[in-house]
Design a protein around this ligand. Sequence first.
Ligand code: ARG
Length: 459
Amino acid sequence: MKLWAGRFQKETDTLVNDFNSSIGFDARLYKQDIAGSIAHAEMLGKTGIIEEHEAETIVSGLKAILADVEAGQVEFSLENEDIHMNIEALLTQRVGEAGKRLHTARSRNDQVAVDTRLYVREEIPAIISQVLDLEDVLVKKAKANLETVMPGYTHMQRAQPTTFGHYMMAYANMFKRDITRLEDCLERLDECPLGAGALATSTYPVDRFQTAAALGFAKPTDNSMDSVSDRDYAIELLSALSILMMHLSRFSEEIILWCSWEFKYVDLDDAYSTGSSIMPQKKNPDVAELVRGKTGRVYGNLVTLLTVMKALPLAYNKDMQEDKEAIFDAIDTVELCLPVFAAMVDTLTVRPRDMAKAASGGFINATDCADYLVKKGLPFREAYMIVGRLVNLCIKTGDTLDTLTLRDFRAVSGLFDTDVYQALALKTCVNGRKVYGGPARESVEKQIALIEEFVAARR
Ligand code: ARG
C-alpha cells in the first residue's frame, strides 16, 4: 500500500510505478539521505517538535539501517519509489511509531535537494584531488623537458619554437583553472535547503540553522521556494566538468597526433596502448581516444540538465528527478578518465630528436630571423618582408633558413652577418624568450614553481 493511499481509490498501475520510481539510480544517495534525516530528527527533538526520546529512537534506527545497507543486507523496493521513501519505510518497519514522526516539517523536495548537494559536496574534493595528481605528472614531465625543443603550432602549422616543458605547463594552467572552478562551485553550494519543506517551510519552530550546521553547511538557503527548485549548483558542476573534459579532450587529441608516425613526438607505453585485431603493426592510443569520446557524454549530461530545468515553473517538478543520472554519470565519467589519463601521460616517452627534427624543418625560426634584423635597426615590418622573401627562396631551393649561405642572406639585406646562424639556432630562439610566461628555461621554471605552490596549498 502506498503511503498516500488515503487520498486514492485505486492502486498505482505497475507501469506507472516502474516509470515513476528512481530507486534504481538514487539508491546511491543512501548515506546522504540518512545523514540528512539524522540532522532533521535531532533538530525535531531539540526544538520539541517531537519528543527527545523519539528523536533518539529515530537516530539509532537510521544508524542501524546505514550499517545494514553498507553490509549489503538491505534490499530497496521499487514499490517505495525512491531512496527517501525506502529509508523512511525501513525505519518505520524497524522502530515503529517514532519512525512515522520523522517526516514532520519536511518534504521529499527539501530532502532530495539536501541529499544531492551533500553528494556533490563530497565528490568535488575527490575530483580536485585527481586533478592535482595530474598536475604532479605534468610538473614532472615539464621538469624533465625544459630543454626539449618542439614546434609550437598555430593553425596546426609549425609557428614558433617552444619546449615540451612549456607545452606541459600550458595544460597545467588549464587544469589549475578547472580546480578553481570546482572550488567556486563548492563555495556557492555551501547552503542547506533542509527545512524549506515542500516549498514554503512549515508552521513548526524548525531550526534551519541547526540542521545546516549539523550537516556542515555554512548557513541555510535564504528562500524556501528557491531552495527546492534550484539545481544551479549541479549545472555549475557539470559546466566545470565539461570544461575540464574539454581540456582532457584537447590534450588527448594532441597525444593521438603526437604518437602517430606522422609526428613521432611521443611514444605511449605499451601498457597504455592497445593493438588491433587484424593489423599486426598497430599500437593504438585507445585511452586518449576514449577520453576524447567520453567528453561528449559529459557535455551531453550538462545539456540534459540545462534542458530539464529550462522553463520549469517554480518550485519542485518531477522533471527534476532526471537530474540525478546526469549528475552521477558526469561525475563517474570524469573520475574514470582522470586517473587513467594521468597514468598514460606519466608513462609516455618523449622523443626529443623527432621533435627537434620537426622543429628544424618548418621555418619556426623565421620570426627570430626578422627579430635579428630588428635588433640591427630595421623596422619590424621591413624585416618581416625580407624574411618572407628568404623563406620563399628556401622553399624553391629546398633549404631552411639555417642552410642558406651568408651570400644568400646578404643578397636580401646587408645587415646579415655570420652571427645570424647563432641567432637562428633553435636553442637560442627558445632561450631568448625569457618573457614572463614564455618557453625559456627560467620562465618555465617560474611556471612550475607557481603550479607547485598551487598544488601544495591544496594538499
Ligand atoms: N525522487 C524524487 C526526485 O528525485 C524525490 C522528490 C520527490 N518529490 C515529490 N514531490 N514527488 O526528485
